[in-house]
Design a protein around this ligand. Sequence first.
Ligand code: ASP
Length: 330
Amino acid sequence: MSSRRKFIRRSILSSFAVAVTGLKSCIGANSANTEETTKKISVKSVPVVISTWNNQKANEKAWSIIEKGGRAIDAVEEGVNLVEADPDDQSVGYGGRPDRDGNVTLDACIMDESGNAGSVCFLQKIKHPVSVARKVMEDTPHVILAGAGALKFALSVGFKEEDLLTPRSRKEWEEWKMKSDYKPLINIENHDTIGMLALDQAGNISGACTTSGLGYKMQGRVGDSPIIGAGLYIDNEIGGATATGMGEAVLKSVGSFLVVELMRQGKTPNDACKEAVMRIIRKQEYKDLQVGYLAINKAGETGSFSIHPGFVYAVNKQTKTQIEDASSYL
Ligand code: ASP
C-alpha cells in the first residue's frame, strides 16, 4: 500500500475517547450542589491543519509534517515560522509594522496536547517569537515572559538579535507619522496574525499564534495573540481555537477559551465560533472592528466565523491546501 494510502487509512481508523462534560443539578439545588458529569464518547479523528488568512505555504509546511506522522506541536511551530520570517507579511515577525514609536514588538504563544503553554509578549529583535514561546513552555517553570526578560531569555537559549524593521515598514511608518492618525482598520492589510491549529495522526491537537500586533499601537500594548485563552486555546479532549482581529475585543471575551468551552457543551466548531462572535456583538460597538475565530474539534471538523466579511483561512484535510471564506455576521 502506498504511504499516502496508509496515511489516509490510519487517519480514518484512529478512534479516541473524548470526555464530554455536562452539568447535572437537582431541583432546588444551589450551585454548590451542581455536579459535573463526564461521559466518554468515541470519536474518529481525521488529521487537519487550519490557519488564519491566506497562509498557504505555512499550511503546506505544517501538513508535510503531519503527513509524515509528525507531531502537531512541531507542525504548528514550523508552519508559523515561515510567516514570521517573511518580510512581506507586515503583521507578523520580521517586517511587521512597528508601534507608533517605531519599535517592532512581537507577541506569540504555543500550546500542546498536554495543556502545556508558553508565551512571549512585547519581544523585540527576535525573528521567531513562537519558537521562544516554545522554549518558555519547555525549559522554564513559567508560561509568559515579557519585554526585556523575554529577550534576555531568548538570547540565553541561542536566538540571535536582528533588526526587524524592514525599509518598507519603516517608510510606511514615517508616512503615518505625518498625521499620526490611529484607526486600526478592519481589513486584511492590518490583520494578518497567523493562528494555526493542527490535529496529528496520533489524534493530538496543538496550536500556535504569532503577530506584531496592531500597526502603530501604543508602545507596550499587548494584544490577544500571546494570551492563553484569548488568542489561542487547546484542550486535547475537546478541540482548539484561535483568533485574529481586534485583540482588545478578543481579550475582553476570552474568545478562544470560550469557543473550546462551547464545543465541550456540544456545539459544532462553526456554531461555537459564531456564538463567540455574538458575545462581542451583544456587548460593544462592532461596526468598525473585525474579529475572526477558527476552531477544530477532536474529530477534525473545522469551523470559522467573523464579524465582517473578508476573513479567509487556509485548511488542509488532504495534501492540497484550500483557501476558504469564513461566514460572517455582517
Ligand atoms: N489580534 C492581533 C492583535 O490584536 C491583531 C491581528 O489579528 O491582526 O494584536
